[in-house]
Design a protein around this ligand. Sequence first.
Ligand code: ADP
Length: 169
Amino acid sequence: MTRTREIVALYPGSFDPVTLGHEDIARRTLRVADRVVVAVAGTATQAKRPAFTLEERVEMLQEVFADEPRIECIAFQGLLVRFLREAKADFVVRGLRAVSDFEYEFQMAQMNREMDPEAEFIFLTPDAHLSFLSASLVREVARLGGDISPFVSPSVLRRMERRFGEEDA
Ligand code: ADP
């Protein structure tokens, strides 16, 4: 079978910071898509101040995926369904770590589907050893001076050390 058009996946999130779990999902997505657009949401859904600016989060993603030309990392503002169309992506990909992710992800997908009936969502599970990882836990461990090297790429680790080292100073 010959395909005339490439399949593009949109992977949105806050990526504050990108963890090995996010990385696993983005690389895994290349098994079902030709290209992945990793999109950092500029509009926070929960009222919380991020540890890294939008620009920093995009830069960290670009560093992590520098070896993979099929993964593009950008920022976006506003409604996901609107951006999905703008980016001409075929579907949204999200990671499911455990049953606890399911309720929120399912609700979000249905809400978006309500706004755009064409929007498709695909859920991938990470490698088992990454299924406990979340960016918020990684931030928490870093804040308390713990070793986060098993959870993030070396370039992210360096930025985290700088950021959370500063807070101790
Ligand atoms: P987090 O929940 O870590 O703060 P985001 O809000 O940036 O991350 O989430 C973006 C997407 O990545 C979500 O679909 C989330 O479920 C998924 N995700 C986050 N961490 C992991 C992980 N360790 N394994 C699989 N998916 C993950």
